[in-house]
Design a protein around this ligand. Structure first.
Ligand SMILES: Nc1ncnc2c1ncn2[C@@H]1O[C@H](COP(=O)(O)OP(=O)(O)O)[C@@H](O)[C@H]1O
Ligand SMILES: Nc1ccn([C@@H]2O[C@H](COP(=O)(O)OP(=O)(O)O)[C@@H](O)[C@H]2O)c(=O)n1
Length: 238
C-alpha cells in the first residue's frame, strides 16, 4: 500500500486543485473520489434513470464501467467508451449527484473501488480527496487533512470557474449540495487526529505549501524542504 494522504472538505474548498498540485510536487498519485459519484450520476442520467429513486440508482451499478487515472498531471474519467471528464462537471450533474451519493449501496460499492485503486497505485504515495476519506475510506491513513474555507470564499472560487452562471446561482447550488451531503457524512468538522487547513486567508500556493507542511511532519523523507517552496521535481533536483 502506498503512503496515503486523505483530504476531505466541502465543495469549493480547493480539495481537487490543491491535492493535485501537492501530488504533482511530491510525485504521488492522486484520486478524486467525487468524480466517481459524478460519473455514476452521469451514467444514471444517460440510462434514463430517475436519480431520486435509490433502487433505480442501485440497479445501474452493475453496468457502471468506471475508469479514472491517478496521474495528477493529466487524468481522464471514463464510463464505458465515453470520456466524461468534462461532462461530469456540468451543473446539471452537480444538481443530482448528492441524491446518488446518499445511497448506502452506492457508497459501499464505490468505497471498495477506491480502496482497490489506492492499493494498485504505482507511486510512493497517493492523495485521495473527497468527503469521507479521513473517516471512512482511509481512517488509518498516516496523514489526514480537513481542507476548509469560508462559504463566501468557496462560492467566489467556484463561480469564477463557471462562466455563464451568476455568483448567486452557483452559491445557491453549492449551499444546497453541502447541506444534502452533510446529512450523509460530516466533512465540516475535523474528526479526531485530523488536521484542519483553513485556506480562507491563503492563496493557492500557500495552501499547497500548508498541506505539504502537514505531510512533512508525518513523513519528512517524502516531502523534503525544496518541494514545499514550489520547486518542481526535475532532473536537476537532488
Ligand atoms: N487557496 C486558494 N486560493 C484561491 N483559489 C483557490 C484556492 N484553492 C483553490 N482555489 C481555486 O478554487 C476553485 C475550486 O477549487 P477545487 O479544487 O475545485 O475545490 P473542491 O475540489 O474542493 O471543490 C478552483 O478554481 C481552484 O483553482
Ligand atoms: N468521498 C466523497 C466524494 C464525493 N461525494 C459526493 O460527490 C459529489 C461531488 O464531489 P466533488 O468532490 O466532485 O465536489 P466538489 O466539491 O469538487 O464540487 C459531492 O457533492 C458528494 O455528493 C461523496 O459523497 N463522497
Amino acid at each position: 500500500m502506498p503512503f496515503v494522504v486523505a483530504v476531505d472538505g466541502p465543495a469549493g474548498s480547493g480539495k481537487s486543485s490543491v491535492s493535485k498540485e501537492v501530488a504533482r510536487r511530491l510525485d504521488f498519485g492522486f484520486l478524486d473520489t467525487g468524480a466517481a459519484y459524478r460519473a455514476l450520476a452521469w451514467h444514471a442520467e444517460a440510462s434514463g434513470i430517475d436519480t431520486d429513486d435509490a433502487a433505480s440508482v442501485v440497479s445501474c451499478l452493475d453496468s457502471f464501467d468506471y475508469r479514472i487515472g491517478t496521474d495528477p498531471t493529466g487524468y481522464s474519467v471514463q464510463v464505458g467508451a465515453v470520456d466524461v471528464t468534462e461532462a461530469i462537471r456540468d451543473p446539471q450533474i452537480s444538481a443530482v449527484v448528492s441524491a446518488v451519493a446518499r445511497v448506502p449501496e452506492v457508497r459501499r460499492h464505490l468505497i471498495e473501488l477506491f480502496r482497490s485503486i489506492m492499493a494498485a497505485v504505482d507511486a510512493s504515495g497517493i492523495i485521495v480527496e473527497g468527503r469521507d476519506i479521513t473517516t471512512v475510506v482511509a481512517p488509518d491513513a498516516p496523514v489526514r487533512i480537513l481542507l476548509t474555507a469560508s462559504e463566501a470564499v468557496r462560492m467566489g472560487r467556484r463561480s469564477a470557474e463557471l462562466t455563464g452562471s451568476s455568483v448567486e446561482a452557483v452559491g445557491e447550488q453549492l449551499r444546497k449540495r453541502d447541506a444534502a451531503d452533510s446529512k450523509v457524512v460530516d466533512f465540516m468538522t475535523a474528526a479526531d487526529g485530523v488536521t484542519t487547513v483553513d485556506s480562507t486567508e491563503l492563496d493557492f500556493d500557500q495552501t499547497v505549501e500548508a498541506v505539504i507542511g502537514v505531510i512533512r511532519e508525518a513523513a519528512p523523507f517524502l516531502a523534503p524542504e525544496h518541494v514545499a517552496r514550489g520547486a518542481q521535481i526535475s532532473e536537476e533536483t537532488p
